[in-house]
Design a protein around this ligand. Sequence first.
Ligand code: FAD
Length: 469
Amino acid sequence: MKKFDLAVIGAGPGGYVTAIKAAHLGLSTVCFEKEYVGGVCLNVGCIPSKALIKSAHVFDEMKKAESFGLTLGPDAKPDVNWEALMKRKAGIVSKLTGGVKALMTGAGVTLVEGVATVKDAKHIECNGEEYEVKNIILALGSSPSFPNVPGLKEALEKGDVIDSTGALSLSEKPKEFIVIGGGVIALELASVYNSFGSKVTMIQRSEKILTGMDEEIRTEMGKVAKKAGINLITGTKLLEVKGKTVIYEKDGKREEVSADAVLCCLGRSVNIAGAEALNLEMENKRVKVDEYYQTSVPGVYAIGDMSSKYQLAHVASAEGLCALDHLIGKARTLNYNHMPSVVYGHPEVATVGMTEEEVKEAGIEYEVGKFPVAANGKSMAAGDSTGFIKVISDKKIGEILGVHMVSTAASDMIAEAVMVMELEGTPAEIGNSVHPHPTNVEMVMEAAHMIEGYPIHVRKPRERKKKKK
Ligand SMILES: Cc1cc2nc3c(=O)[nH]c(=O)nc-3n(C[C@H](O)[C@H](O)[C@H](O)COP(=O)(O)OP(=O)(O)OC[C@H]3O[C@@H](n4cnc5c(N)ncnc54)[C@H](O)[C@@H]3O)c2cc1C
């Protein structure tokens, strides 16, 4: 029987990061992976979707080249080479997953490729071999889940309806593309196919997309989607799926829409196969863990998509490192109010902390600074005018409660907000920190200036009123 200090099951961003760090800390570590090193994120999630988003953006930029003073020759119309862009995406995935494997083995992790079955808190079986370990960190991830709607199961089995993995590897560009769902992944994939020229319809249950985000972001992104040409149908009830036809109710009427590709993107359920013997306690359909990611079974931790309320790659990694610190006697906890989340596309959405609605509901006296992207020099130079940066702070103590942005550079800018919130910073501290010019991140400083009452590159609301009179 092979013996290790630690077994990590699953080599997604939760598992592989944890296994590498454990090995760096000197723990003898074995990591089991049944399908693909890098997990959902690197293989069928974050990375391939961002590769396609980049291709879509380059294509969009090509289409509007004239607005930058650039023209193509008479016959050089921009076009999509589907095979080439899918090949590019596959190349990026393969390079990255190969790199992760090398990092793991280089750090001294024993990587075992196969299905791991946990026998009890100290014993695992994989590829016919037994492993005895002191601790287990489960990082089994999640899989797409589907509601119980007539015809959907059959349509999925026949391939008439696809999940996000299918949508990232279509053999050809669909002429018409339906996306059922209005969450982050749904919007990202709808935007990609819309840019490539498919006629995209999004069918969403609530009145606005991106449920859970700040209302102003939800409104803005609904406008962005419509302006880009997506047929956004909200306030619907999904009734039935018949092959590639989706039947739904809207304003009390039965409607239907058909396409040559239908994506169902309605959430993900946790993976538990391989760990059933532990009989782990569950909560809200996730594995129940405490603040150190310990499950109901002593010595067994669970991290990432299988236990977290935030199904995000960076959250999975952060939880894994935190679980590891607990395991080695350096316990610390994560502040989930400081977890950033991003929707990729053009523009991007990035948020951290409380929404304005949550702040109101908590009865906190607050202030808002909101700076429009259209007033930022770098954005103007890039031809971007959509979006805003919204900073919400506590009126009494000045602490920043939430930052919500729509901008082409939001995914990078949000890191400043996370850091300031981690350090319990105030709008004055952001405003007084000199930001390089011209940059997008100046907009965070400008929004902070607005809370302080000194907007620089937009007029003060009072001045605007005076002018109206
Ligand atoms: C289309 C799409 C786009 C996304 N984009 C983003 C994004 O931009 N940013 C972001 O933060 N998140 C994104 N996500 C979410 C992100 O991919 C997940 O949050 C992240 O992968 C979770 O990491 P994890 O380690 O918990 O699980 P996973 O990545 O799911 O990894 C779990 C691993 O465990 C393995 N496994 C399971 N059971 C066993 C077993 N019994 N034995 C051996 N191995 C096993 C699986 O094969 C898998 O490789 C996206 C997801 C999708 C689907």
